[in-house]
Ligand binder design. Structure first.
Ligand SMILES: *[C@@H]1O[C@H](CO)[C@@H](O)[C@H](O)[C@H]1NC(C)=O
Ligand SMILES: *[C@@H]1O[C@H](CO)[C@@H](O)[C@H](O)[C@H]1NC(C)=O
Ligand SMILES: *[C@@H]1O[C@H](CO)[C@@H](O)[C@H](O)[C@H]1NC(C)=O
Ligand SMILES: *[C@@H]1O[C@H](CO)[C@@H](O)[C@H](O)[C@H]1NC(C)=O
Ligand SMILES: *[C@@H]1O[C@H](CO)[C@@H](O)[C@H](O)[C@H]1NC(C)=O
Ligand SMILES: *[C@@H]1O[C@H](CO)[C@@H](O)[C@H](O)[C@H]1NC(C)=O
Ligand SMILES: *[C@@H]1O[C@H](CO)[C@@H](O)[C@H](O)[C@H]1NC(C)=O
Ligand SMILES: *[C@@H]1O[C@H](CO)[C@@H](O)[C@H](O)[C@H]1NC(C)=O
Ligand SMILES: *[C@@H]1O[C@H](CO)[C@@H](O)[C@H](O)[C@H]1NC(C)=O
Ligand SMILES: *[C@@H]1O[C@H](CO)[C@@H](O)[C@H](O)[C@H]1NC(C)=O
Ligand SMILES: *[C@@H]1O[C@H](CO)[C@@H](O)[C@H](O)[C@H]1NC(C)=O
Length: 623
């Protein structure tokens, strides 16, 4: 199959994704910052740039002073490599530079053309001019006619199946080889792909090794993206564990138009789950094709506002849609993007309330149901007399601050610490107050990092948590999260699985105690960890590992009967994780600032975390 071999060469074509990395070196200038915060009148001075906390800031600083960035003593191994982008990225930059000149102009060509030229028999697009051949993939090759939304669930026995797949022995060439590219029989060689909007289109594809032969083991991690003018989603990939996969695409009939489908092979055969994933990252665009979705008779059930029961869904397959746009939008001096009027309305059924307050220039997330945007008034009404307990990493810290600043009308709170227990009152109506407790779980010692769930091995930390659930009044809602610190800490998936078992049984014990005392069991949500972004896609907390850690921990928490619901922030962040525009790698909710951001631009987008803040309120307030 000589054509197929040819097509592999095309894998290394330039793409926007490859350019995302260029901001990286400049961005390293950002080192730990000293933040002054003020809470309840007292001023605390502290360093809270959490991931650059201590060890990290040290590593970055030492890097600029000496060519050896030997790091802090105990963390040498873990930190040296991820934060040594000089060596890591010079190699990668090398890889990314070779745009074959023949395709150099692809990006200037008509948007509608396939970005990815085919070297198959009928393809001759080296000139950048599309061939006349237009083929709609035939019916039998596409799973069509699903009148429902694309959806997915956790597989049963997830952890044990995952371990079994990972440990599948090799011994044959098709098992021991490495994936370098894919073939998608139905799409390859088609110049303009046209698909009906509304239907789910599932395409099988095959992983191929460097000689174009099919692989017969799975475990490759593909990042997928389907982007149109007003739509962004992560097409669902299924792994059949035998070298074949499928990708499912769906857009709503109201969003006909031309889309880019991008597939990036980030890791091969579970390598993202390793302890040193940066040594294995592949990160190549394997497909970048234009697809036209046309309006058809297909109808999808209309989304409804999320109810309490909707949070029982473990895996969300949502999308971001856009319902407004201000092309002249400028960053304010306070770092905020007030692009649409605060009362710019949501468009039903994609969201409810005011879309303008999301400061997203029109974008909003919805999933199997849609979300209401909370005004200060409605949020205070819902939170009045509540006690919300957070247990998680520094993303919780950011989200809580964003809730206070953006939604609850408490802009004077510039920061909250990693560990606190406080009452907040509505400045407009002091009778409305809410108690928020937040306990950092990256380490049992709040000034340290990278223990993750293993922090529960510390008895003092266990007691600290237990105490909040041992009084007569206990939190009514618990929001948990973990993953980023775990990614650095646990040597492998089996070890993490043990830690997750331990954590789940710890919380089951806490809840059992609550029940024995005759108190109402709190509602407990697991809020999945972010899809890490840009440069962080290759590190110890890469999105491949975070997705698996999310799934494993949810499985354990459900088995232990701890959680009542899931809030899938991984799905919410995924469409914005390819670069650092909306994140600094590991945080989506950093406070707005008109300053140089990680990607070299002035200012950053924080709306993805604001969306999460509203989703949390939906979960807290839904009936
Ligand atoms: C850098 O490493 C080299 C060899 O590993 C060593 O000789 C040199 O002293 C180190 N420099 C610094 C500044 O640590
Ligand atoms: C980390 O440092 C310790 C002590 O400094 C050393 O014993 C160990 O070999 C180092 N590990 C790696 C992987 O370099
Ligand atoms: C970079 O690539 C060169 C050549 O492929 C290799 O020898 C070197 O070890 C690589 N460096 C790192 C840090 O991976
Ligand atoms: C980087 O690319 C140049 C030119 O293609 C090549 O000569 C060099 O060996 C490459 N370096 C590495 C480390 O791969
Ligand atoms: C790319 O396009 C520009 C402008 O149309 C043209 O000047 C240049 O020669 C083209 N380069 C190639 C490699 O076709
Ligand atoms: C591709 O197009 C060029 C110029 O239009 C032509 O010379 C060449 O024969 C074509 N190749 C194929 C495989 O059709
Ligand atoms: C899951 O594991 C249990 C016990 O190991 C087994 O009985 C059950 O059949 C498995 N289910 C699936 C779907 O594999
Ligand atoms: C699709 O990709 C092309 C080429 O990279 C780009 O010009 C265009 O803006 C993209 N469209 C969308 C909707 O992202
Ligand atoms: C791989 O598994 C899928 C699903 O079980 C099956 O449909 C397909 O035929 C298998 N492919 C090969 C090459 O065995
Ligand atoms: C918050 O208020 C509750 C009662 O409303 C009280 O029991 C608790 O001690 C207060 N917490 C703090 C930190 O002030
Ligand atoms: C927490 O760690 C810091 C060093 O980072 C240390 O000074 C402090 O004593 C530790 N706290 C506890 C309670 O062990």
């Amino acid at each position: 199959m000589p054509e197929k071999v040819e097509s592999h060469r095309a894998l290394w074509f330039s793409s926007p994704i490859l350019h995302w990395r260029f901001g990286l070196l400049t961005a390293l200038v950002l080192v730990g910052m000293v933040v002054v915060w003020s809470i309840d009148g007292s001023t605390v001075r502290n360093i809270i740039e959490a991931w650059r906390y201590r060890q990290d800031s040290f590593s970055l600083r030492s890097h600029s002073h000496s060519p050896n960035f030997s790091l802090s003593h105990h963390q040498n191994f873990t930190f040296a490599s991820p934060y040594s982008p000089v060596s890591l990225n010079l190699n990668k930059t090398n890889v990314t530079h070779f745009d074959p000149p023949i395709h150099a102009n692809i990006t200037f060509s008509e948007y509608i053309e396939p970005v990815f030229p085919k070297n198959y028999g009928n393809g001759n697009s080296s000139s950048g001019v599309p061939d006349e051949v237009e083929k709609t993939p035939t019916e039998h090759e596409v799973v069509k006619g699903h009148p429902s939304w694309l959806s997915s669930e956790l597989e049963s026995n997830l952890t044990s199946n995952l371990l079994a797949r990972w440990l599948t022995p090799g011994g044959e060439p098709c098992k021991d080889s490495k994936t370098v590219g894919i073939s998608i029989p139905v799409l390859d060689g088609v110049d303009l792909i046209e698909l009906s909007a509304g239907d789910v289109h599932e395409f099988g594809f095959q992983a191929l090794d460097d000689s174009g032969k099919p692989r017969c083991l799975g475990g490759d991690f593909f990042e997928t993206d389907l982007s149109g003018e007003s739509w962004k989603s992560r097409p669902l990939v299924k792994d059949f564990s035998n070298g074949s996969y499928s990708i499912s695409l769906q857009v709503h009939p109201d969003f006909e138009g031309v889309y880019n489908l991008t597939m990036v092979l980030l890791y091969r055969h579970f390598e993202g789950l390793k302890f040193t994933p940066w040594r294995f990252v592949y990160d190549r665009v394997v497909r970048n094709v234009a697809i036209r979705f046309y309006r058809s008779s297909a109808q999808l059930p209309e989304l409804e506002t999320c109810k309490a029961s909707d949070f029982g869904k473990d895996v969300w397959c949502g999308r971001w849609t856009r319902h407004g746009k201000n092309d002249d939008c400028q960053i304010g001096n306070d770092g905020r993007y007030r692009c649409l009027a605060p009362d710019f309305p949501c468009k039903a059924p994609w969201c409810g309330g005011s879309l303008g307050i999301l400061e997203s220039n029109g974008w909003v997330y919805s999933t199997h149901c849609s979300f209401k945007m909370y005004s200060a008034e409605s949020a205070w009404k819902c939170l009045k007399n509540r006690w919300i307990f957070f247990w998680g990493d520094s993303n919780h810290v950011d989200t809580i601050r964003n809730i206070l600043n953006f939604i609850l009308d408490l802009p004077e709170i510039h920061s909250v610490p990693r560990r606190f227990d406080m009452n907040f009152s509505n400045p407009k109506d002091p009778s409305q107050s809410v108690r928020i407790t937040s306990i950092f779980n990256g380490h049992w010692n709040e000034t340290q990092n990278y223990l993750g769930l293993d922090s529960l091995r510390d008895e003092g930390f266990q007691n600290l948590l237990k105490n909040y659930f041992s009084e007569d009044t206990i939190p009514d809602t618990v929001i948990m999260n973990s993953g980023l610190h775990d990614g650095v800490h646990w040597r492998n998936i089996r070890a993490f699985s043990g830690g997750a078992d331990y954590a789940a049984s710890f919380w089951a014990g806490v809840m059992m105690n609550v029940r024995q005392k005759g108190l109402a069991w709190p509602r407990v949500f697991y809020r999945t960890t972010v899809a890490t972004g840009g440069y962080a896609r290759s590190l110890a907390f890469n999105p491949n590992k975070m997705e698996v850690f999310n799934e494993v921990f949810i499985e354990k928490l459900k088995k232990a009967g701890v959680i009542t619901g899931v809030i899938d922030n991984f799905d919410m962040t995924f469409p914005w994780h390819f670069d650092n525009r909306c994140n600094d790698g590991v945080h989506y909710g950093r406070a707005p600032a008109k300053m140089k951001w990680r990607d070299g631009q002035i200012g950053h987008q924080y709306f993805v975390d604001l969306m999460l803040a509203h989703v949390l309120l939906n979960a807290l307030c839904a009936t």
